[in-house]
Design a protein around this ligand. Structure first.
Ligand code: SME
Length: 146
């Protein structure tokens, strides 16, 4: 599915759903096959706490200190992290042996980081600037619902 079409569909889901964050995670997981695991982390005090997620397996990293791992780095800097090869990044906290690349998109509300979208792929170098732009729009849509 192309990203513009996906945004239109997600907007439609959001206008009807009472489980917006869960439905958005479902939508991304079901429509983009290269997204092998998707989770929403919520900022609580100095930690990222795992919220809704979809994937074949649960992660052991359900509470990540801000500043730790790829997720914690993105939460600290407020910047998108695109990691083409997770095994080449010393910050990486491993969840699944199958994961090869990762993207993390901070979710901001009034310039404050309230959470993030974390996506793993089983393909090396799966994520492009196009994914980042698309997922930043999704993050903006989710920010009101975190
Ligand atoms: N790999 C992440 C941890 C979360 S799992 O991918 C679900 C990191 O390095 O922060």
């Amino acid at each position: 599915m192309d990203y513009q079409k996906a945004l239109t569909k997600i907007e439609r889901i959001f206008s009807k759903s009472e489980r917006i964050v869960e439905d958005a995670v479902d939508f991304l997981y079901n429509n983009f096959k290269k997204y092998s695991w998707i989770g929403i982390y919520i900022v609580k005090n100095d930690y990222l706490v795992l919220g809704p997620w979809r994937g074949k397996q649960a992660t052991e990293h359900t509470n990540i200190p801000i500043g730790k791992g790829i997720c914690g780095s993105a939460a600290k800097s407020g910047k998108v992290e695109i990691i083409p090869d997770v095994n080449a990044d010393s910050r990486y906290l491993s969840c699944f042996v199958s994961t090869k690349s990762e993207i993390v998109i901070p979710i901001k509300k009034n310039q404050k980081i309230v959470g993030e979208i974390d996506i793993d792929s089983d393909k090396t170098n799966a994520f492009t600037e196009e994914d980042a732009k698309f997922l930043e729009k999704v993050a903006d849509m989710l920010s009101e619902h975190i």
